[in-house]
Design a binder for this molecule. Structure first.
Ligand code: SF4
Ligand code: SF4
Length: 311
């Protein structure tokens, strides 16, 4: 099956996007759509989530998207600290919030502003080695009578060098476009405008590398991190609690400490009394916090690396 080659990844194989926005501008939806684009249309593994305080319009929102090529599994669910692509939905955030945290020479930055990249580079030393694209996305959204997030998604796709705008439009038509058909044409126009505004500034060599090919995937993601099978293993950071049944005194402290009821118990009759025996953790539900290891009084649980030791 054909697949997408990511243009750059970190040491764990992830390509990461962070969107800095304000509640109501649609960054959360944009993050979900970009993840769906990768997973359903471009042969990538993908995940996304957003972080917002009180869920009120007007408060800061951060949306995170993580991609990995198909051979890998996404085992990180933390916020994106070192983005490959940083998308600023509103320039009012700059200076008030640490929106440029974690940028480096590998970061491409897209800013909704009428200013030019050079003026940002001059004022913000941390951007000196970044690739910066500026577009007046608010103006374009007003021009098209569309949502700002559509313009920003188009811009992000162009700046990424690998996210496919035609496929993004197809996804939009098949999802939100179905529910709001009267908004379809305007929003697609906005997406295209955002793409073109950035695409004009991108050198051909950046996008026409000939590396990108893809096919429609469909179905659900069977790997950890989805919500279909409630598999929490994607939350782990490489370590698991290893159970040593021969040492266990079945005190149940691990069970009462574990936030996710991971431990499995069986009923046994001992000396004529019904008792519960700890059978160990069901790793599907274990997020690797290792509180159980700390609480166990007899070292029947120890910290181990995920992998060959996993039961
Ligand atoms: S805390 Fe330790 S000894 Fe107690 S049930 Fe859990 S594993 Fe067994
Ligand atoms: S590591 Fe955390 S989630 Fe996993 S079994 Fe222990 S307490 Fe529960």
């Amino acid at each position: 099956m054909s697949k997408t080659i990511l243009p750059g990844t970190d040491e764990s194989g992830y390509y990461e996007i962070r969107m800095e926005s304000i509640g109501g501008l649609g960054a959360n939806l944009a993050g979900k759509m970009l993840a769906q684009l990768g997973a359903l249309y471009m042969g990538l593994n993908a995940s996304s989530f957003s972080s917002y305080g009180s869920e009120k319009k007007g408060s800061p929102v951060r949306a995170f998207v993580r991609y990995m090529e198909k051979e890998g599994r996404i085992l990180r669910s933390s916020p994106v600290y070192r983005p490959h692509l940083l998308v600023i939905f509103h320039e009012a955030l700059i200076g008030k919030y640490p929106v440029f945290d974690g940028v480096s020479d590998r970061t491409t930055v897209v800013i909704n502003t009428a200013e030019r990249p050079e003026s940002y580079r001059k004022r913000h030393q941390e951007l000196s080695d970044c690739r910066i694209f500026c577009l007046d996305a608010s103006g374009l959204a007003a021009q098209c009578s569309c949502r700002l997030n559509m313009v920003m998604m188009g811009a992000a796709a162009a700046a990424s060098g690998f996210l496919d705008t035609e496929k993004l439009m197809e996804l939009y038509r098949a999802s939100i476009g179905e529910r709001f058909p009267d908004q379809l044409a305007k929003n697609l126009q906005g997406l295209k405008k955002g793409y073109e505004a950035v695409r004009e500034a991108v050198p051909d060599s950046f996008t026409d590398s000939g590396q990108v090919s893809y096919g429609v995937q469909g179905g659900i993601n069977p790997f950890p991190g989805n919500t279909a099978v409630n598999d929490l293993s994607a939350s782990r950071e490489g370590f698991i609690p290893l159970f040593h049944p021969e040492k266990c005194i079945h005190c149940g402290l691990c069970d009462s400490t574990c936030p996710d009821m991971v431990f499995q118990f069986s009923e046994t009759v001992e000396n004529g009394k019904l008792t519960l025996h700890n059978e160990g953790p069901d790793y599907q539900y274990c997020k690797g916090c290792l509180r159980c290891v700390q609480i166990c009084p007899v070292q029947a649980l120890t910290t181990a690396q995920e992998g060959s030791d996993r039961q």
